[in-house]
Design a protein around this ligand. Structure first.
Ligand code: ADP
Ligand code: GLC
Length: 496
């Protein structure tokens, strides 16, 4: 089915997160930036979000669409209104207080325990997306549903297998599924298949089943008309046994419909020249502003007010993926080289404790700020000299892109999107004017330390440092390019 040529392509984006309303990581940044970038490409893009308290408070001029009936017997309600973060077009909010009106993150209690009813919550969101994709809002019927991560994978299955509006759904929308992180799969007991009213026949290897469980990730991967992930390298890596999380076979089979579209930087949010969260704004021509941000940060975090010390920064979820145990392991090396370390993050209690202990043992040299704090993240990215992202795997990674934009040279492992976006300061890359950061290969202390050494040596040569820093700041990872990539995928999915 092709969209009629006289009107723009209509895309409904559905996701569990969207900044600034609900954010635990990069997914929220992506889903917030993509609608406007698509709009600039002529796509009529609306979003559907869960009615978290933050979303319910923000939505304006909301009207309720006709009730939707969930296969599990409950009745839901979709509101159509305007979200200030996405002005000038309607957005949809799934109004289901039982499911979404509660404290905590989108997935867990304030204490960090996953909600026991996450399947029902995100099945409801997915079903609402499929309902809109089969004509739930008669005033706006999308050509395509773009679903992000496991929370919305079932939308692709419902659209393909059983559009919620049944025979009224003259033409169910096509679907595109984006993998932001294959490691989180949304696995639930098989019994849920019947409870959710999914066709029993679909519970098989060529369908929803994954080692005896219902896999929401696989629902997206199997039933979407096209699949994307967030960097070309990760698109290749997930087709291997090592990084395929058990789904590499399926991904290899669908390799023809799998594309890596690199994430971008939303420079309305992440731009050091206009960033209102910084004490001083700067650009590549006014780097004294960056020095002021560093001095401010050192003072705020209780670090020695020493401009000459290389300040290493971490802004991250503290989880195994991010490889920060390597930073703990190499703490002695890092301090021995004269650097300072500022960590902002939360997650794994053991990692939190390790950084807390490091800060206690090395006051003035190491600091830990625990929690999710958007303003603190901007100030840390702006004030540090080097941003550490030593991930075990990384689908794309946004913090290294923010590091580049803010002249904070990323030190990253050569994996996934990190490999696609940072060029190491090797002698040949320096000679060719290509270097933008520091890249190490193996996940071990030796390789990490060598990269730290390269950073320290470059730091001791201020003119060369400045050159690399300006080159980093001149990199453009625009959402316009990413939106073009998605548009090509949408067109292909619609032609099928
Ligand atoms: P991931 O999505 O795997 O966590 P990304 O690098 O793609 O990794 O995105 C991380 C996003 O979350 C960035 O916007 C980053 O600034 C933000 N972030 C991570 N940790 C924190 C924190 N402790 N406080 C505020 N923002 C954070
Ligand atoms: C995931 C990935 C991260 C990516 C983000 C946005 O959380 O871990 O690498 O940048 O999604 O796509």
């Amino acid at each position: 089915m092709n969209a009629p040529t006289q009107r723009p392509l209509r895309v409904l984006q559905v996701s569990a997160e969207l900044a600034p309303y609900a954010k635990t990581g990069g997914l929220a940044d992506v889903t917030a930036a993509l609608p406007d970038a698509l709009r600039a490409q002529g796509v009529d893009c609306r979003v559907l979000l869960p009615g978290y308290p933050s979303v319910r408070q923000a939505v304006q001029l909301a009207t309720a669409l006709e009730p939707l009936l969930w296969p599990w017997g409950r009745v839901g309600r979709v509101l159509r209104g305007e979200l200030p973060a996405l002005p000038g077009r309607p957005s949809y909010v799934l109004d289901a207080p039982d499911a979404f009106d509660r404290p905590g993150t989108p997935y867990a209690t304030p204490e960090g325990a996953l909600f026991p009813d996450n399947l029902e919550r995100f099945a409801a969101l997915s079903h609402a997306a499929a309902w809109l994709g089969s004509g739930g809002d008669s005033a706006w019927w999308p050509d395509l549903v773009h679903a992000h991560d496991w929370h919305t994978g079932l939308a692709c299955a419902w659209l393909a297998l059983a559009p919620p509006r049944g025979s009224e759904a003259l033409r169910a929308a096509r679907s595109v599924f984006t993998i932001h992180n294959l490691a989180y799969q949304g696995l639930f007991p098989a019994i849920a298949v019947a409870r959710l009213g999914l066709p029993a026949a679909a519970f098989q290897m060529e369908g929803l089943e994954f080692h005896g469980q219902l896999s929401c990730m696989k629902a997206g991967l199997h039933y979407a008309n096209a699949i994307t992930t967030v960097s070309p390298s990760y698109a290749r890596e997930i087709q291997t046994l090592e990084q395929g999380c058990g789904l590499d076979g399926l991904l290899r089979r669908r390799a023809g419909e799998l594309v890596g579209v690199l994430n971008g930087v939303d420079d309305r949010v992440w731009n050091p020249a206009t960033d209102k969260l910084l004490p001083v704004r700067f650009d590549a021509q006014s780097l004294e502003g960056k020095a002021a941000c560093k001095a401010h940060l050192q003072q705020a975090l209780g670090l020695e007010p020493a401009p000459q010390r290389l300040l290493l920064g971490v802004v991250s979820r503290l989880v195994a993926q991010k490889g920060l145990d390597l930073v703990v392991e190499a703490l002695g090396d890092l301090l021995g080289l004269g650097a300072q370390l500022a960590v902002l993050g939360q997650g794994d209690p053991a990692l939190e404790a390790a950084f807390r202990e490091a800060a206690r043992q090395h006051p003035g040299r190491v600091s830990l700020s625990q929690g999710m704090d958007e303003a603190a993240a901007h100030r840390l990215v702006a004030g540090c000299d080097v941003l550490l992202v030593p991930s075990r795997f990384e689908p794309c990674g946004l913090t290294q892109l923010y590091g580049l934009a803010y002249g904070s040279l990323p030190l990253v492992r050569r994996v996934g999107g990190l490999a696609d976006t940072v060029v190491d300061c090797s002698l040949e890359h320096l000679a060719d004017d290509r270097a933008t950061g520091f890249v190490f290969e193996r996940f071990d202390r030796g390789d990490f330390r060598d990269a730290l050494r390269r950073a320290i040596v470059l730091w001791s040569r201020p003119d060369e440092w400045r050159r690399v820093q300006r080159r980093a700041m001149a990199q453009r990872f625009g959402w316009d390019r990413a939106a073009e990539g998605y548009l090509a995928v949408y067109r292909r999915a619609l032609r099928q």
